[in-house]
Structures are given as structure tokens and as C-alpha cells.
Design a protein around this ligand. Sequence first.
Ligand SMILES: *Cc1c(COP(=O)(O)O)cnc(C)c1O
Length: 386
Amino acid sequence: MKGDPRDLGFSTRAVHAGQKPDPRTGSVSVPIYQTSTYVQDRLGEEVQYEYARVQNPTREALEEQVAMLERGHAGHAFASGMAAIAALMTIVKAGDHVVVSRNVYGGTYRYFTRILERYGLSFSWVDTTDLAAVEAALRPETKMVYLETPTNPMMDITDIAAASALAHAHGARVAVDNTFLSPYFQRPLDLGADFVVHSTTKFLNGHSDSIGGALISTSAEDSEWFALVSKSAGAILSPFDSFLVMRGIKTLAVRMERHEQNTRRIVELLAGHPKVQRVLYPGLPDFPGHEIQKRQASGFGSMITIEMGSFEAAKAMLDRMRVMSLAESLGGVESLISHPATMTHASIPRDRRALLGLTEGMVRISVGIEDVEDLLADLDQALAGV
Ligand SMILES: *Cc1c(COP(=O)(O)O)cnc(C)c1O
């Protein structure tokens, strides 16, 4: 296409943003510039590309694509979601205080508590679904409010607009980990957040074949800062992975629709099933946060947590699954099922898990895009064996 896709619809942006035809050949697909350096014609002449840690056309195309999907100023692609979060956290410095959703991704919890606290940052772990608790946690030295919504695996929903207004009134910036819903369903920057981070490993790439991360900023000043961090710390996404994520994003809209369609049917089965004690899914009308989610996002996503009542019941179910694979991670085309307490959240101390309400009987499902009848039959037979 010709021109700027900024004002076009989401699916059009997903397919076209950043995807300029290759200037040499007209190649429709952005080539993988698998190079470490670039030849310079003459000494001292200014060139656009010098060294591939700093500039790579494949990575730049992906960065423009994600920036346009989140409606940000610029995107920055990193070697993992955690590398993107690490780059984001260079916004704060020693002495600063950060308010964090208490049920953030386990790796984020580990990075903040085990690494960043050593650098003089302090964190308050807050139930950010409770705006009064957010307000009470804000201090004069609070420089960032870090949100994840919905959370994993408790599906806590934070009101992004309201939390952002509180943070901004106190002079703090707002970051949102938008991995669970992707920009197809939720755009935190439109709701007032200053930064969005993603593990592109999940829905953006969507095919469980790459580890990557993205950070989207909203001002020229921040974008310049993150470009400096990216070239200085160097945790960039490789050209090949950039290509994979870009390709994945082109089908994000159709995948997300199918993910959610399948999820609705599965939630229906699980919510009425005698072996399932509780279903945590923001799409259920009586789920806390349902109304906020309806207002701030255009969908409920494809992550479900169920309570099986005990570790033994959870294990009996998991060991019987045939189509859904027992694995960590989420957001791929294939359905994955996991046991948070011993898998993704094993590094969270037991008493903290109890505080969050994360039990040994919980099972988490990332619903894929397979034929839903096969997924329903798989769950049915596994639950029958419990
Ligand atoms: C997976 C994940 C991360 C970390 O991403 P990696 O690509 O594994 O480094 C961060 N946040 C959320 C919500 C995630 O699911």
C-alpha cells in the first residue's frame, strides 16, 4: 500500500504498518537483513545504517508495526519480554518508588525483587483492582505505576484509565504489560498509559516459535531514551525473530477472534461442569472486573483459569489431556494447559501465592485456534477421568 496506515483500521494496520516494499526489489515481505554491519561509501559521510545492534531494517519494520498497533510514538523490539521490561525500568532510578500490580508475571516479580531492589529502587505490591489501594500506595517519590491487566493466572482487572489518572496526578508515569490481550483487544495508551510492554513470545508472534519483547513509548523524548538504552544495553531482537513476529502480527486480528470464539464455548462447558469448582474468566458476567473489562477492552481474551479443588484433581486432569499440551507459555495457535503453582509461578513463595489466591488446584488454559469441538471433547474426557 501507499501512504500512512495510521488512520486505517486495525487489521489493515496489522498487515501494512511498517511493511514498505523492499527498495531494491519491491519484495512485498520485508527481507531478513541478516547482517552485523554495513559498508560506508566514503569516510566521514553520514549514513543511515552503521552497525546492526543500533540499526536493522527488519527490526525497524517490526518496531513501526507494533507502534502503530498500540498507537504509540515509537516501538522498540527486544530479545525477550523480560528484556523489554528491563529496558522500560531504566525510566526510574535509585531512590524512586514503583507501585506494581501484586499479581504480575512471575519473571517480572523476580526481576523487580531480586535484581532491581539491589539498585536502590523500592516497590509496593498492590491490589491495583482497588483504586483506593493504588492511591494509598502513592508517595512523593513514586515515579511509576506498573500495571498488568488481566493478570496471570488470577485474571485481576485493573481500571487503566482511572489508575493512570491517579498516577499522573501524583507525577508518576504509567506502564502496562499488555501481553494477555494484545493491542487487538486493549490499547492502554488510548486509556492514558505512557508505556506498553509486550512479550511478543505470546499473542503477537502467536506461533510459539520465537522469544521476543516490545516496548512502545508515547513521546519523542522517551523514544530517544529507549533507543539509547537499546543500543547501549544491546538486548535487541534478532532479524530472523523480527521477521517471525512481523509475520505473526499480520494475522493477529483473525487469530484473536478465533481464540476468543473458542474460549467462549470452552467457558460454557467449564462453568457448568460438576468437576470444576470455579472458572476465572473476565467474560463471565459475575466475574469481578467484568464491567471494567467491557469498558476498556473490546474482548475478554483466551486465557482461562479453573479451580479443580486439589493438586490431585488438577494433576489427574492435566495428565489426561490429549489435544491440549501440558506446557508453560500462552498465546500460540495451539492450546496449552498448565499448572501455575508448580510451573509458571513456582518461583513465587508459597505464602505470596496464598495471598494472591493462587492455589494448588488451579489449572490455566491458553485456548488455541483448533476446531473447538476437538478441544471440548478433550476437556470432557479429561474431566470425566478426575
Ligand atoms: C511471558 C510474559 C512475560 C515475559 O516474556 P518473555 O518473552 O518470556 O521474556 C512478561 N509478561 C507477561 C504477561 C508474560 O506472559
